[in-house]
Design a protein around this ligand. Structure first.
Ligand SMILES: Cc1cc2nc3c(=O)[nH]c(=O)nc-3n(C[C@H](O)[C@H](O)[C@H](O)COP(=O)(O)OP(=O)(O)OC[C@H]3O[C@@H](n4cnc5c(N)ncnc54)[C@H](O)[C@@H]3O)c2cc1C
Length: 403
């Protein structure tokens, strides 16, 4: 067992968390790592491996046990994302879309009947889930969404497009995901904020995959798709919560998503440091090890201290986040802003320390660097986090509450 896994601390606060980390770390080393490079190169989403996560109880990590989940909290979710991402951030992104964006959201907001219908199969891995918020013309400006849901006597008719949806398709044949949590403008009032959530199943008429988005810079081990809704019929019972009241669950889910994405950056940073330290300790130039050069020392030392600072911020935030409460945006944006920047920066430094070797796939860090870039865009861009953090701080009358 890794030395630091023996101790209980902020990162492994109880025996249960320590065991969880150890289980995911072993699975990652034995099963995820060996396929990571080829999945990236082939742009292949490894569904078989993904279903193994169900066997380990990870696909419903935050879903209550009654519905087949592990019933754990945000800190447990952070541990799983950090560990998977240290090997294969692309695979981990598919996990995040399923476990946090879809299953966690259904567990938090859906009716008892909906939970019983969808969660057990999502937790076992029999069904693969996704979440559709972004559109071809709308990302950061999410309230500008144009997908509409028109109420009829016995259901809704949906029209529009969703873009960049992780797990939107499960294969190369444009087969849609099994379950999609979808946000649409409902027209219940003329307000921008009147948005509803629907659960869409593969097979609903008018629901199809427009295109599988290929040739991504990174995260190539996850599928990304454009989804189309052409007079898509959705039964009444597939509305989640009350019509027009989805803004709160959308915000709550974005908060937990941002925490998960920040944890992925930690995995990337940790692995990059391992790679660069090991290499610099072995490689010699001008008759001494690379660790003897001040400029290399700076790359390594700054990476280590930034990683530790980000890690403390992410885990401290995870400890405080309540999965069933919105309004924790300040630090969910804060951790993602900071961790995504240092994750990418540290992967880039690792490439530099490895020289030419850092530039090829076998040494891992070029892939981590490409994957790390997405974390400054997906789930909210760095600029969106800066805007939100500034607005949230400006609203606080007594800053000693957060400082
Ligand atoms: C691989 C991948 C997977 C994804 N998975 C999903 C998914 O599963 N589900 C989903 O719904 N979405 C998903 N997304 C979409 C992702 O969340 C969006 O790309 C992201 O929110 C940014 O939106 P956009 O691409 O439309 O960029 P835009 O919002 O158009 O932004 C373009 C640029 O303008 C800047 N900008 C915009 N508004 C402001 C402002 N007010 N102030 C300052 N700068 C601003 C941005 O920061 C950015 O630099 C995914 C994206 C990718 C690439």
């Amino acid at each position: 067992m890794d030395a630091h896994l023996k101790n209980l601390d902020l990162f492994n606060p109880s025996e249960e968390f320590r065991m969880l980390r150890s289980t995911v770390r072993n699975f990652t080393r034995e099963e995820v790592e060996p396929q990571a490079l080829s999945s990236d190169r082939k742009e292949y989403f490894n569904t078989e491996l993904f279903k193994h996560l169900g066997g380990l109880g990870l696909l419903g990590i935050t879903v209550p046990e009654t519905y087949g989940g592990a019933g754990l909290d945000a800190l447990a979710a952070v541990i799983v994302h950090e560990e998977l991402s240290a090997s294969d951030p692309g695979f981990c992104l598919a996990f995040l879309a399923h476990a946090l964006l879809c299953a966690n959201n259904i567990a938090a907001n859906a009716s008892e009947e909906q939970k019983r219908r969808y969660l057990p199969k999502l937790c076992s891995g029999e069904w693969i889930g996704a979440m559709g918020l972004s559109e071809p013309g709308v990302g950061t400006d999410v309230l500008g969404m144009t997908t509409t849901a028109q109420k009829q006597k016995d259901g809704y008719v949906l029209n529009g497009r969703k873009m960049w949806i992780t797990n939107g398709t499960v294969d190369d044949k444009k087969t849609p995901c099994d379950v999609l949590l979808l946000y649409a403008r409902d027209g219940a009032s003329s307000e921008d904020r009147s948005i509803s959530t629907f659960i869409i199943e593969r097979g609903f008429s008018g629901f199809s995959v427009g295109q599988k988005i290929t040739d991504k810079l990174g995260m190539r081990a996850s599928n990304t798709a454009e989804l189309c809704f052409d007079n898509c019929s959705v039964p009444l019972q597939n509305l989640v919560g009350r019509e027009g009241e989805s803004l709160t669950h959308m915000m709550r889910n974005l908060e937990i998503e941002r925490l998960g994405l920040a944890a992925m950056s930690l995995g990337i940073a940790r692995r990059s440091i391992e790679v660069m330290v090991t290499y610099a300790n072995e490689r010699e130039a001008f008759g001494k090890k690379l660790t003897g050069f001040g400029q290399v020392q700076r790359l390594i030392a700054e990476s280590y201290s930034e990683y530790q600072a980000a890690r403390a911020y992410v885990y401290n935030t995870a400890r405080k986040i309540d999965l069933h409460k919105a309004g924790q945006r300040l630090d969910s944006d804060g951790v993602k802003l900071f961790a995504s920047r240092i994750g990418k920066q540290i992967a880039e430094r690792a490439i530099q320390v490895l020289g030419g070797y850092g530039y090829v796939g076998a040494y891992v860090v070029e892939r981590l660097w490409r994957d790390a870039k997405l974390l400054e865009i997906g789930g909210g861009t760095s600029e969106a986090h800066q805007k939100n953090i500034c607005a949230d701080l400006a609203r606080i009358s007594d800053l000693s509450r957060v400082l």
